[in-house]
Design a protein around this ligand. Sequence first.
Ligand code: PLP
Length: 451
Amino acid sequence: MLDTPNSVEARDTRYHLHSYSNPRRLAETGPLVIERGEGIYVFDTAGRRYLEGVSALWYASLGFSEARLVEAAHRQMQKLPCYHSFGHKVTENAVDLAEMLIAMAPVPMSKVYFCGSGSEGNDTALKALRYFNNALGRPAKKKVIARIRGYHGTTLATASLTGIPRNHTSFDLPMEGILHTDCPLYYRYGQPGESEGTFVDRIVGNLEEMILREGPETIAAFWAEPILGSGGVIVPPAGYYEKVQAVLRKYDILFVVDEVICGFGRLGQMFGSQAFDLNPDMIVIAKALSSGYQPIAALLVNEKVFAGLSAEAEKIGVFGHGFTYSAHPVPTAVAIETLKIYEERDIVGHVRNVAPRFQEGLRRFADNPFVGDVRGMGLIAGLELVKDKSTRENFPPEARAALELEMMCLDEGLVVRAIGDTVAISPPLIITEAQIDELLGCLQRGLARFT
Ligand code: PLP
């Protein structure tokens, strides 16, 4: 198709720069052009069907053909296709959605700020922290600590929060004042002979040491995804968050929880914060908030943070922050409908019912000589590939082992996502048990070709 000058593939190579791509390699292989969706499946231009095992970018929780969401967008487009919430203007959708989110938040929250992406949500939280500490007369308390292998976005500030080298290298990041502490992945970072409990004590100890080294009066917040997604689906060990939160309380450090992937049922609870007993001061949500059908995200802040923000705004005269598409009426309409569907269909209950089949089925691949670790919770999982199971040595980067497996799964009709040495799987939440078996079958055939 690349040889046909006016094909989509050839024009894509000619005109389009893809996110997270190697342009030269892509020009050789050509893109995969997806044309339509139905339930948990997508179809390419040749009519080939793929089970979308990553919900596109972890967001299509209701699959790719939920008519109610299309109708909600259509209704709103006809009534008022665009408007905003700058100054004193607002549309009722924004108010309704904010009220729904405050009611369902995992811990008491006070206000919702809308934006268009997870990056914007995290960026807004970073800025909110500055306002908050300026209001409290603590201008030095501005540094934040995130984690190695955490992912929080792609703008300058949120790529800095992200703890993944490819997001920093050659972009001259991270920015000053953004620090990274240990990744809570026992399988990879536990030391020989170290128990999981000792590993937790060691890395939480390192966090405390970092805080003391920098000076607690300089640290504003700690940032975490409940399960780290784009860093390789990392489930922190039992007791980790309890100990982290005790350290944060001790040094008066706020807790920002990035629920962009974990929020809205993925882990078998409405929020990841509930799955791990987290008590955040700010929560960032996006993706499944609209099942990915419209770009919408939000930052929820508790009363303590809001009081600081509004005090500072009062002093200055304005909360000088706003995105053109914040609280846009169409994405908010779709998000409202999405949340109604989650409730009516008890999507969280469904995830809890089918998750054991998914997780247990995947754990059977642990017998494969090249599968070093299988991890996950609810409907998210990662398979870490290793060259040598006994030493846990990964394949060399040039082997691109996980990408190879991704391509083999694609041949078998399954979309998975290679992240470093890990293959991530996070299917639409509406997946049935029979479809989970189908997913596992494709993966098994992909793995059989890989090994
Ligand atoms: N936070 C997490 C946990 C994410 O997974 C992502 C995107 O994958 C983001 C933030 C950034 O969201 P966006 O790509 O919508 O800016």
